[in-house]
Ligand binder design. Structure first.
Ligand SMILES: C[S@@+](CC[C@H](N)C(=O)[O-])C[C@H]1O[C@@H](n2cnc3c(N)ncnc32)[C@H](O)[C@@H]1O
Length: 223
């Protein structure tokens, strides 16, 4: 049996828990304590998030996109496929080591999206970037946690609360689209988005093909 190897670990700003990167049989995974955040083997729903949002936006010249957070870069890589050559994509990542691990360890899994000249890395909290960016983005993608009802980082609750969603709405240009990924169904979340001035579509999928745990993605168009 091939050994499971701890590649690196990092403290998460503002939290006691460490984020760990593991490698097993050529695949990488990110963990907080005993909770797996993601694996390089399973990324269809992370890519679906980019696909449905780019489709909902439609063609838009010089589009400006915010991706939060980076993780292993699958959502970022798929976003780059969908937007134009003149787009600018800001990727906001809370843990600086995650950016370093993409460069040093697992970036090849998603095709090294950080090497794309359209990408600009911002180290910090995506909530802070949204507050500082009124009317700035055509697209905001949120996959910073396990979703609105399955938080790994307690501080992220505010991003999914009405006040946080109103900040995300204010960061969008007219007709802009917010996309949110979740590991759980979060049945009340679509209504919350609607109450914050979005027209919402809920996409239910599986982690891998027709198998694996269920995943939910919302596209929310700024009304
Ligand atoms: C599940 S991963 C994202 C996976 C990504 N969609 C992909 O395709 O690889 C979540 C990432 O968000 C980061 N993160 C967590 N909270 C954040 C926040 N408030 N602001 C920015 N990044 C955050 C984590 O460090 C982690 O890298």
């Amino acid at each position: 049996m091939k050994p499971r190897e701890l590649v690196a670990s990092a403290m998460v700003p503002g939290e006691a828990a460490a984020l760990q990167c593991w490698r097993h049989d050529g695949a990488y995974s990110l963990w907080i304590g005993r909770t797996e955040l993601m694996s390089s083997r399973v990324h269809e729903s992370e890519e679906l998030l980019a696909d449905v949002v780019v489709q909902a936006l439609g063609p838009r010249p010089a589009s400006r996109v915010l991706v939060g957070g980076l993780g292993m870069g699958f959502t970022l890589a798929r976003t780059l496929v969908g937007v134009g050559a003149d787009a600018r994509v800001d990727v906001v990542e809370l843990v600086p080591e995650v950016v370093a691990w993409n460069r040093e360890h697992f970036g090849h899994c998603a095709g090294k999206p950080l090497d794309d000249p359209r990408v600009h890395v911002i180290i910090g909290d995506v909530g802070a970037t949204l507050v500082e960016s009124p009317d700035a983005y055509d697209v905001v993608l949120l996959d910073v946690d396990n979703g609105p009802e399955a938080l790994v980082h307690p501080g992220n609750a505010r991003l999914y609360a009405p006040a946080g969603l109103l900040v995300a709405r204010a960061a969008l240009r007219a007709g802009g689209v917010l996309g949110v990924w979740s590991s759980a169904e979060a049945p009340t979340f679509a209504g919350r988005l609607q109450g914050c001035g979005f027209t919402v579509t809920t996409h239910r999928t599986r982690a891998r093909g027709r198998k694996g745990p269920r995943r939910t993605v919302w596209t929310a168009i700024r009304r």
